[in-house]
Design a protein around this ligand. Structure first.
Ligand code: 13P
Length: 250
């Protein structure tokens, strides 16, 4: 089955009003409705209003990098899904490995965040992936399955049908060390098989993105794999020509 390709940028904690304006202006000029993939940028929350104003009416969607599991309340510093929706977000990343590692987000919390996003109508981009230590211990399948199981238990087939999954091997993030297309494809196929045990149609339609040092030079081959439906791009999403080149290679 052919699924639409999605190329999403994760700006992480980068940007300024001035730098964003030049990046967004270049993206807006370069991403035409004729471009094949769906395109999105996930930006630091304080810049959502700027991104909304620059990208409104363009084919580029936008989103956040995290969302609270709570709808509202005494949770200082947290941002709710409803707040993201107020700024026109279509997506939010959930469970990025940097959140899991530095903010100790658990599998259960990641699933709760995804549910909160879905409740408001946002599409969660659910990040999973193993560390180098786990890969070297041959635990990739076990770790990714554990991360997925928590999501499946909470969201079920209905929630998964409105979600995107991103496989991001932690050892490939920001390291310049990309998973080979074969390594990535193997995990993507495993993820799809795991979802197929819940619902075959949902699994067939699910967009599974690859993330980890994707750049113009390797994007085509990675996204050419049968179970890789796009990319979640970190560093290269900050350089308009690189991000656009990846979009054009999708
Ligand atoms: P890099 O593309 O910089 O490796 O980052 C990948 C990533 O973490 C995207 O979410």
């Amino acid at each position: 089955m052919s699924r639409p390709t999605l190329v999403a940028g994760n700006w992480k904690m980068h940007g300024s009003l001035a730098a964003n304006l030049s990046l967004l202006t270049a993206l807006r000029a370069g991403v035409t409705p004729a471009l094949k993939p769906q395109v999105a940028v996930c930006v630091p929350t304080p810049y959502l209003a700027q991104v909304q104003s620059v990208l409104a009416g363009s084919p580029i969607a936008w989103g956040a990098q995290d969302v609270s599991e709570h709808a509202q309340g005494a949770y200082t510093g947290e941002i709710s899904a409803g707040m993201l929706q107020d700024f026109g977000c279509r997506y939010t990343l959930v469970g990025h490995s940097e959140r899991r590692a530095y903010h100790h987000e658990t599998d259960a919390q990641v699933a709760a965040k995804a549910e909160a996003a879905l409740k408001i109508g946002l599409t969660p981009i659910l990040c999973v992936g193993e560390t180098l230590e786990e890969r070297e211990a041959d635990a990739t399948t076990q770790v990714v399955t554990r991360q997925l199981d928590a999501i499946i238990a909470r969201l079920g087939a209905a929630g998964l049908s409105k979600s995107v999954i991103a496989y991001e091997p932690v050892w490939a993030i920001g390291t310049g060390k990309t998973a080979t297309p074969q390594q990535a494809q193997a995990v993507h196929a495993m993820i799809r098989a795991c979802i197929a045990q819940v619902d075959g149609t949902v699994a067939d339609r699910l967009q599974i993105l690859y993330g980890g040092s994707m750049k113009p030079a390797n994007a085509k081959e990675l996204m050419g794999q049968p179970d890789i439906d796009g990319g979640l791009i970190g560093g290269a999403a900050l350089v308009a020509t690189d991000f656009l080149a990846i979009c054009n290679n999708a």
